[in-house]
Design a protein around this ligand. Structure first.
Ligand code: PMV
Length: 328
């Protein structure tokens, strides 16, 4: 490699929304969310990324988990960052790896774009503040800015047309309320409909979409207050409602978008049963068939045992809440 190569390295944890983002503000190409969202960053599901930039490279090149990726969105993202430096800035080579299944409803795009934002800006020598990094990460994936922060964060929908206020802010760090997360894997392999396609289709065809946007946005402040008060029951009610309402809006699209399989549904019942028996646990589900059980500190091993016993569950992972993305 040429001596004028500059390198940036970063890692980021996946995040899981408790109050969901599902749909974009219309009329904008800036990937602006229609609603604000509230999420937790996870410790064990990590993306690690290295970016090299060098005058010898004639194009951008991206490898994910040892395979070359041909993704116009990734190229456009790298070109955007390159353009911030100048039209004659060098191209980038990216080597990235996930220690968990990619594109299977485990928020790999969030950790991926958060790590890429930090590594690429470092390689290009861009010195950006936290808000500018959030804006950049959002251009890659609407959920990525949340992975920049430890523990609980809020991604604000913002009001401005230029998107400068559509950024993530920290709410409560992981050590202040160390909830645990159990992930039940109910299918291997990539999901059939990406979140991008699923949300655009919901926006375009679901008669429930506008009700989803209005109601979800109204619940965000209550959920943030529940986090700050460490009111688990309140957070549980609001989070389960947000997940089910997101999926209801998608299922009501034409044709309906169905991310769940029968094991997904069985897990939801198992978690509801555990909660009814007094266990500190609630569920959420993203754009895929996997189920995430959010647990009070110390409750995850019993919840994991219960989910292992659900017919159709292939694997179970437990994780703590984690730190925000960082350069390495
Ligand atoms: O950031 P995207 O485009 O992968 O969309 C994320 C959508 C959900 O995971 C379903 C919800 C969320 O807020 O993370």
């Amino acid at each position: 490699m040429s001596s004028n190569t500059q390198i940036g390295r970063a890692r980021a944890g996946a995040n899981i929304a408790l109050i969901k983002y599902w749909g974009k503000r219309s009329g904008s190409s800036l990937n602006l969310p229609a609603t604000s969202s509230l999420a937790v960053t996870l410790d064990d599901l990590q993306t690690t990324t290295e970016v090299s930039v060098c005058a010898d490279f004639s194009t951008h090149e991206v490898r994910l988990n040892d395979e070359v990726v041909d993704d116009p969105r990734l190229v456009a993202f790298l070109d955007h960052i390159r353009g911030l430096v100048g039209s004659d800035a060098p191209f980038a080579r990216v080597i990235s790896g996930n220690n968990f299944p990619t594109a299977a409803g485990l928020a790999s795009s969030a950790s991926g774009y958060a790590a890429l934002t930090l590594a690429a800006t470092q390689a290009y020598g861009l010195d950006l503040d936290a808000n500018a990094l959030s804006v950049l990460a959002r251009m890659g994936s609407g959920s990525a800015p949340r992975s920049l922060w430890s523990g609980f964060s809020i991604m604000h929908r913002g009001e401005r047309d230029d998107g400068l206020d559509a950024i993530a802010k920290p709410l409560l760090d992981a050590d202040s309320w160390p909830l645990e997360v159990v992930i039940a894997i109910t299918a291997h392999g990539p999901k059939s409909v990406s979140s991008r396609v699923g949300m655009n289709h919901t926006m375009a065809t679901s008669p429930y979409y506008s009700a989803w946007v209005e109601h979800n946005e109204a619940r965000l402040d209550d959920a943030a207050a529940a986090v700050l008060a460490k009111d688990f029951e309140k957070l549980a009610d609001l989070s389960e409602a947000s997940a089910l309402q997101m999926h209801a809006s998608a299922m009501a699209a034409e044709p309906g978008v169905l991310y769940w399989n029968s094991a997904t549904m069985a897990c939801l019942h198992a978690i509801r049963d555990a909660r009814a028996k007094g266990q500190g646990v609630f569920f959420t589900v993203d754009a895929g068939p996997q189920v995430k059980a959010i647990c009070l500190p110390g409750a995850s091993s019993q919840v994991a045992d219960a989910l292992r016993g659900v017919s159709g569950v292939l694997d179970v992972h437990c994780t703590q809440l984690g730190a925000g993305a960082e350069r390495l």
